[in-house]
Design a protein around this ligand. Structure first.
Ligand SMILES: [Zn+2]
Length: 175
């Protein structure tokens, strides 16, 4: 699950950095009945502000009032939702870096001494993570051990455990 907003990867025009942080602030401009809205992000190196487009010349009637209220309230939850939105990311040509912005909750370690355990992994947000790392952290194993158990068929899953995943999966661990 996320613990904070992810880093926004985007080139800073003021310095050479490529890392920005959203602080949950928005800017909304009204021009007659048309609204522009941006999510503000700050360069982590120089503090320069960049604006990520949320709405462009959107008619006020097609905007949900609740959403506009959340922007005026600078709702950090809304910032998280917008950064998750692939349309917003594509439009602004940004990528996200989730390093240090999530944690794994295992619900305890009582089950770990059983011979066979079935585990389901649920993602509270679509955070790309290596399943090998999750399994290692959650089961108290090293990543090399996890890779060996996968190779030996002692960790099995319907999904590919190499590479990265960002959606729910299950696996079985046999010792
Ligand atoms: Zn900068």
């Amino acid at each position: 699950m996320p613990t904070c907003l992810p880093t926004v990867l985007r080139r800073c025009h003021a310095c050479a950095s490529e890392r920005f942080r959203a602080n949950g602030k928005f800017r909304v401009n009204a021009n007659h009945k048309l609204l522009d809205a941006w999510l503000l992000v700050l360069c982590t190196a120089c503090g320069d502000t960049a604006k990520l487009t949320v709405w462009e010349r959107m008619h006020v009637r097609s905007v949900r009032a609740e959403l506009l209220d959340r922007m005026h309230d600078n709702d950090p939850g809304l910032a998280a939702e917008l950064l998750k939105d692939p349309v917003v990311r594509r439009r602004n040509r940004i990528a996200l870096d989730w390093a240090g912005a999530w944690r794994l909750d295992t619900g305890g370690s009582d089950h770990l001494d059983r011979e066979v355990i079935d585990v389901s992994v649920r993602f509270a947000a679509r955070i790309p993570v290596r399943p090998v790392r999750l399994i290692a952290d959650g089961c108290g194993l090293s990543r090399a051990e996890v890779e060996r158990l996968v190779a030996e068929g002692k960790i099995v899953s319907a999904v590919r455990l190499s590479g990265k995943l960002s959606s729910d999966f299950t696996f079985t661990l046999k010792r």
